[in-house]
Write a protein that binds this ligand. Sequence first.
Ligand code: C2E
Ligand code: MG
Ligand code: MG
Length: 765
Amino acid sequence: MTTAWRWFLAAGLGAVAVELVLPVGAGRDVLYLAIAYAAPLAILVGVRVHRPRRRLPWMLLAAGSLCWAVGDTAWSYYADIAATEPFPSAADVFYLLAYPLLAGAMYQFTRGASRRGDVSAVIDALITATAATVVLWVWFIEPTWTDPAGTLLERVVGVAYPIGDVLLVAQLLHLGALPVVRATSVRLLGLGIGAVLVADVLFQAAGYVPAIGAREAWLDVGWLVGYLLWGACALHPSMHRTTEVPGVRATALTTRRVAFLALSALVLPGVLLVELALGQPPHIAPVAVTAVLLIGLVLVRMLGMVRYMREQAARLARLADTDFITGLENARRFSERIDDLLTTPPGQRDADRPGAAILLIAVERLGEVNDTLGLGTGDELLRAIGERLRESVADDGVVARMGGVSFGVLLPGVLSGDRAATRAADLHRAFATPFALPEMSVSVDISVGIAIAPTDAQTATALLARADVALSAARQAQEHVARYAEQMEMNEALTPQLMGELVQAMADGDVIVHYQPQVEIASGRVLGVEALVRWQHPQHGLLGPGAFVPAAERTGLIGGLTRYVLDRALAQAAAWRAEGCELNVSVNLSVRNLLDPAFVNDVEGALTRHHIPARCLELEVTETMAMLDPHRSVEVLGALADLGVLLSLDDYGTGHSSLAYLQRLPLRRLKIDRSFVTDVLTDKASAAIVRSTIELARHLGLSVVAEGVEDDETLVALRDMRCFAAQGFGLARPASPERIPGIVTALEERIPEVVAVGLSSQRTA
Ligand code: C2E
Ligand code: MG
Ligand code: MG
């Protein structure tokens, strides 16, 4: 059925061609009528097959088409059988009836297409139709109307035709003016009406131009092609769309419409010029009346246009200030607001300037949500996050999305770091509840960087930059909150320079490794040492890993750095062995190492190079690292475990992974983060966490190392919790490799006593 319209059109055009060559007579008339009746029939078939949602326009079209066919039948009867050509006749009744039906059909087609209340398309059509009317008036309506030979009825009917044509022209233009009416079906309809109109006008002009009159048979082609086209338009598969076009604004002036309107205006002087050229008396009055009418219409149209532009401008302004995913304010508006708040109003002193705190919030691990659940869910989550921030901030401030995964909160009047920190804690609390998304619930963490105006900065740009510096620090911090401090800035500012120097520093041996012993609590034996990188920088002195490891991770230099530390640590282990001091070494990995399949070979190569058995090497990974890309991490970790290397989980407790999940990784050791261990003696919750972690780990076959043991009391408490090993300043600070053998000896003498004393003091107690 999809090609039926083509067959219909092809067969019809073939018939028209035959009709043209047939001699005048009954045969030719029968063919003409067959084509004329085929059109309403095709429309009915089209409606049946394609089942459009609204049938009314199609029924009107079919009725109009049928009227024309009946008119043609009556005409043939008069011409061939009765051999009289009365005017007006029954044929005229049907012909004239067809005009309102066809115009009504076209109106119905366009009804759904222009937006409610948007009359621009109608006004455009009126403008052009008004211009067309003046032409028809001057050459068709007025001569017919004032023809002294005609009776009143003849004159009325004679004038009705051009008026019907104007009606169709107006509807046709209205149809063409709607930009969405792109369906082929609508085009065919427009072409069909156009063909009929051309034939009509030529037929009426035949009275003036003898050349047309002589070839009147050709006019049949115009009408017949018109009939065929609107038959085909109903058969076209796109026909059901013609009445379902979404509402559009026709107000916006396209070039085509401007051209149409300009041409309409040019018709007026054109009429006068043609009349002058033909030597006819010019119709000044009708042209003047039309001009007034046109000016009025154009004025109305322009007013609509101005209103539309104003609406558009308001809409654009709104869009320019809004983040399109969350509907929150965007970064541009946010910084504008901060500037507004920080600018001293005229006539006031700087000191009166109201201050504000801004909290810059980064949503952690949203990238994973996007990767695993798809962007749509990621957007959904962003919206929910925005909503939750807005609820948490309520009326005290403004929430904006700064782009990507970061949000901003502006808290006017909050000037103390403590108050800002309290608000940050509120936000953290608000994020404790997971987000219920359609498919699953997701928990997300946030980091909050705080900067306060005017203390930290006086302009929006500076304040935002400082909040960003604080945010970087917050991401590293245990509680995921940080207030801006100048110190941070130095680290930040230093980073690009440091990254430029890192490779050379490694080559020059300026990157060094310190070692911190790990002690088995029960025996006091030193099991091994953790390799901790430092940079002996010629200008900045001894830099800790915090100053360059995170940046090396971001810039990809971490791969080389890890290999470097691994190599130095294994070389050192070999050197100690040669001195008779057997120490395991443990090296910290970074997430990029776990994503790099070649890393396993690097480890194996280094072990072979330094003749160190794999079991003497420990590699530390953090939970967040292992969670980032569980599939790939599992692969690399599995291969490392197969080498015989001991894998341990560093900083346990700071992430949010469950031991049940971690159990799936080939880990053999847990290092409890020092934030819990340091407080074991003073904080019941920390003590409970450490205790239960140790127990759970034991059940899972993992040994536990407590990090950050700063005094002997803590060590004793850990012994009571049956913790396997300890590491911390209270045992030994990280030290250069030369000092390690001495430290080990001292530790192995002292610790058994501490532990035993702890035991005896407990016994005596
Ligand atoms: P980490 O692996 O948890 O290392 C332990 C950190 O805690 C070390 O800090 C150590 O000096 C410190 N520490 C040990 N005992 C105590 C204590 O009793 N109290 C306190 N307050 N701190 C203690 P450091 O050397 O600054 O290293 C910080 C972090 O940098 C390390 O945390 C590790 O994640 C990372 N890192 C160090 N070296 C490397 C490396 O070669 N590669 C990678 N990727 N990361 C490294
Ligand atoms: Mg470590
Ligand atoms: Mg650690």
